[in-house]
Every structure is written in C-alpha cells, then in structure tokens.
Design a protein around this ligand. Structure first.
Ligand code: TAP
Length: 452
C-alpha cells in the first residue's frame, strides 16, 4: 500500500511513498528495543561523536534537504535552507548532552545517595506537515542524546525530508534500528506508537483535537507525552511603540510559511489611538509581501499545503470583513493571498486557529484591555508585545498566558531556549538546555556505607 506525495506549488504528484501497517511498526519497535540497549551502553563520548557525525551528514546534504522541502511543502528556498541548517544545529547542540546528563549526590545518613537520568527506551515521535524537518529534530535529537531509540512518523502530506534524514542517520553511522522513520497514516502508525507497550514516551505535534485523544490514550498506559498543539497568538501594538518598525515586521509574524505556523501572530491587537495610522502603515507592507514560486531566492511565501486546506482557510474569509489583501499566483497550486480582516473578539476568525495567511485585527483601549484580549482564547503558545516602555513590556509579558513571548520582536524559536505552549497549546517543553532530561526518568539509588 502506498500514498501519493504532491508538490503544493504545482499540484503535480512527485512520489509514491509506502504506507506502513501495524506489523511493520511492531517490527521497527522490536529492532529499536535491541538497538537502544546497545546505544545506552556506549560511552557518553561515543554517543556524542555519533550525533556530531549525523549533524555533519545533514550539513553536507543541506541543499538536497532544502530542495526536497521546497518540492514537498512549498516552503520558499531561503526558509528551507534555514530549516535544514537548523536540524544540524539542533543535533550539534544536543550532542553535548550525553556528557552532561549530570545527576545529583544528595546528603543522607548512613550512605551515599545518587540520582541517575535513565532513558525511557523507545520514544515515538509524531510530526505535523507544517515544519517537517525542524519539528522532528526538536524531539529526535535530545531523545537520542539521552540514550533512547526513536521511531518517527512524518505527516502523510510531507514525508520526504524525514525519509532522507532517516537514510542520512544510517549513512553517518548511527546503528541500524536506533532511528527509524515510518511513513503511514496517523490512525495506524501514530496510534500504534501510542498503544505499543515498548514505546515508553510519545512526542506529538499537531492539532489540539488529535493531541487530546493521543494524551488520553497515553494516560491509560501511564505513558508520558509531550504535546505541541495549536495557537492563536496575539501581536500587541501599543501607541508608544515604534509603529513603523512594528508594521514592517507584522507580515513576517503571520504570513511566514503561509501562516501554517503554530506560532503565527494571527491576532493583531492595536491600541485604539493609533489603530487607523497602524493600518495605513500595514497595508503597503502586506502588498509588498512576495508570494510566488518557492524556488525563487526572493520569494517570502509559497502555497498552502493542499487543496483541502485551502478550502478550509478560504471558509474563514468568506464571511469576514476583509480590510485589504496582498497578491498571490492564480495558476496551478494551492495559492492563497495574504489577507487582513477586521473582527470582534468573539468572531470565529478571532477565536479559531486558521493556519493560513489570514490576520485578524482588533482595537484595544488600554494595557488591561490588551491583556484581557490577548488572553481571550483557548490557546497560549506565542505572542509579541510592541512598546517603547520597559516597564510595560515586562508587565504585559508576565500577564499574557503564553509559553513563548517576545518584546519588540517576533522571535519564537531558538534551539537554546525552551519552547512550548500553555492552555490548549500543549503540555511540556521542547528545546533549551533541559530538553534531553525530558527524555529520561530520574532513578534514585542509596548505597549503604555502614561497616559490616
Ligand atoms: P494533525 O492532523 O493533528 O496531525 C499531526 C500528526 O498526527 C500527523 O502526523 C498525523 O498523521 C498524526 N495523527 C493524526 N491522527 C492521529 C491519531 N489518531 N493518532 C496518532 N497520530 C495521529 O495536525 P496537522 O494538521 O498535521 O498540523 C496542524 C496542527 O499542528 C495545527 O493545529 C498546528 O498549530 C499544530 N502545530 C503545532 C506546533 C507546535 S510546536 N505547537 C507546531 C506545528 C504544528 P497523518 O496526517 O499523516 O495521518
């Protein structure tokens, strides 16, 4: 059984990919169990060097991976190159972990008490289609570094870079069975990661709806789960902000990856006293946002991932108050022009994750109103605050219930800092200095030292 992978910029089929069944997943997990024991038994330096060799292989094939992502996901080539380089950086960063998974020595009476960070064993990683390479690496790199084996399921729409990364792992010298990419449907392969007794931890990135059901199934087996889910993040612009700078940065904050970004600042909240002025500044910035052929070096936004997803995105705009739109190609491919809509806080466009290039704009009166509106959603992943007041930047960033915030910037992802959501946006954190520990269980051992 197989499925067809399509180039979203052209609508043309590019490859047939195998669809695994439960038996194939079980075979991969059985191999992973064996590979993990040997991997965890290696000297820390040997595991570190193996991960560095894997990182080098990714670097050496960065252009190939980037081109694959352009063809499979429609990401602009400049973004896809960044993504491939990021995977190598994440591997290099966590290659430091095997030698730094340091436990504690705790003072106790009558002996020596020591803690160890023990790997779970086999970790199952379920990845969405929006950032196929980077999101996969946030889990597989720290999980491997902590001494686990990994089975990874890419989204059916975007399996090509994950498959190549799996090959590169083997070519770089990682042991057979330690890191296996398994293509297939979420309800079969993903669900088997959840139900298989030898998969001892699951990392799921995707929609809140599926994430909740994955977490419920994991709970029945007392299986730990990390969830990276949806978002509806606010971009709050105060009247005292550098309005030109904030307006120029706004298209990138929401239209990057055609808005198919869990961190997209899809709700723009502007202080009422500068609301009209800010929209005047924003309109030319949106018009200038370059949408088109993802293979072009100067393209800023490609197509949406599929025709079905384009229909979903369009359904949000059909009954909305459109303020202005940018431009997009009209030919084959799943194109959708950047769109700015005016909304009230309770509107569907203001509450639900659209996951497309649609920006919802709402005015607010004062700081308390901005915080209330920013928190007026089920989600809590990211957000930005634009103000020239240091005190306000600190107050508002502490009051907004989101996991990843930035002041006078839209940055969300640095592999050196923790990433993850509050409320319906997720459970647990990825990246940052502690991520490898999240793939371990603490073991406490007391050694009696009383003389016989
Ligand atoms: P989902 O439909 O939830 O799919 C995500 C992954 O889960 C896919 O690999 C999917 O497989 C698999 N899956 C589907 N049903 C499953 C089941 N019953 N058991 C186990 N796995 C299952 O999400 P999506 O449409 O791909 O991605 C978009 C969503 O992801 C958005 O809500 C977005 O915000 C969120 N997202 C969040 C983040 C972070 S870091 N918070 C990052 C990116 C995306 P198949 O589709 O291949 O069948």
């Amino acid at each position: 059984m197989s499925f067809t992978v399509v180039n979203p910029a052209t609508g043309v089929a590019i490859r047939e990919v195998a669809r695994a069944d439960v038996a194939l997943v079980d075979e991969a997990v059985a191999r992973a169990v064996i590979a993990q024991r040997a991997w965890a038994g290696l000297a820390p330096l040997a595991r570190a060097e193996a991960l560095r060799a894997f990182a080098r292989a990714i670097e050496q094939h960065g252009e190939e991976l980037a081109r694959l992502e352009v063809a499979n996901s429609g990401h602009p080539i400049s973004s896809a190159r960044w993504e491939a380089a990021h995977v190598a950086q994440v591997l290099n960063y966590y290659s430091g972990s095997p030698e730094r998974l340091i436990g504690q020595q705790i003072p106790v009476a009558g002996g020596l008490d020591v803690t160890f960070h023990e790997p779970y064993g086999v970790v199952g990683v379920i990845v969405p289609w929006n950032f196929p390479m980077t999101i996969a690496s946030w889990a597989f790199a720290p999980a491997l570094a902590a001494g686990n084996a990994v089975v990874l399921k890419p989204a059916e729409l975007t399996p090509l870079t994950a498959l190549r990364i799996g090959e590169l792992a083997l070519e770089s010298g990682l042991p057979e069975g330690l890191f296996t990419v398994i293509t297939g449907s979420g309800s079969v392969v993903g669900q088997r990661f959840v139900s298989h007794p030898d998969v001892r931890k699951v990392v799921f990135t995707g929609s809140t709806e599926v994430g909740v059901s994955v977490a419920a199934d994991c709970a029945r087996l007392l299986k730990p789960v990390t969830l990276e889910l949806g978002g509806k993040s606010a971009n709050i612009v105060f009247a005292d902000a550098d309005l030109e700078k904030a307006a120029a940065a706004t298209p990138g904050s929401v239209f990057d990856n055609a808005g198919q970004d869990c961190c997209a600042r899809s709700r723009l909240l502007v202080q009422r006293s500068v609301y009209d002025r800010f929209l005047e500044l924003l309109e030319p910035a949106v018009a200038a946002w370059r949408v088109g052929d993802p293979e072009r070096e100067d393209t800023e936004m490609g197509p949406l991932i599929s025709a079905a997803h384009r229909d979903t995105v369009a359904s949000f705009v059909d009954d909305a108050r459109v303020a202005f739109r940018g431009a997009a190609p009209t030919g084959d491919g799943f194109w959708f022009a950047p769109t700015v809509v005016l909304a009230d806080p309770g509107d569907r466009v203001a509450q639900q994750e659209i996951f497309g290039p649609v920006l919802t704009v709402m005015p607010f009166d004062d700081e308390a109103d901005a915080i209330r509106l920013a928190n007026d959603t089920a989600f809590g992943l990211a957000g930005s605050i634009w103000t020239e007041s240091l005190g306000r930047g600190i107050r508002v960033s502490r009051a907004v219930r989101s996991g990843v915030l930035s002041v006078n910037s839209h940055s969300s992802v640095r592999y050196t800092t923790p990433f993850g959501g509050m409320k319906a946006s997720g459970l647990g954190r990825e990246l940052g200095p502690d991520a490898s520990e999240h793939f371990t269980e603490t073991k406490n051992v007391f050694y009696a030292t009383d003389a016989p």
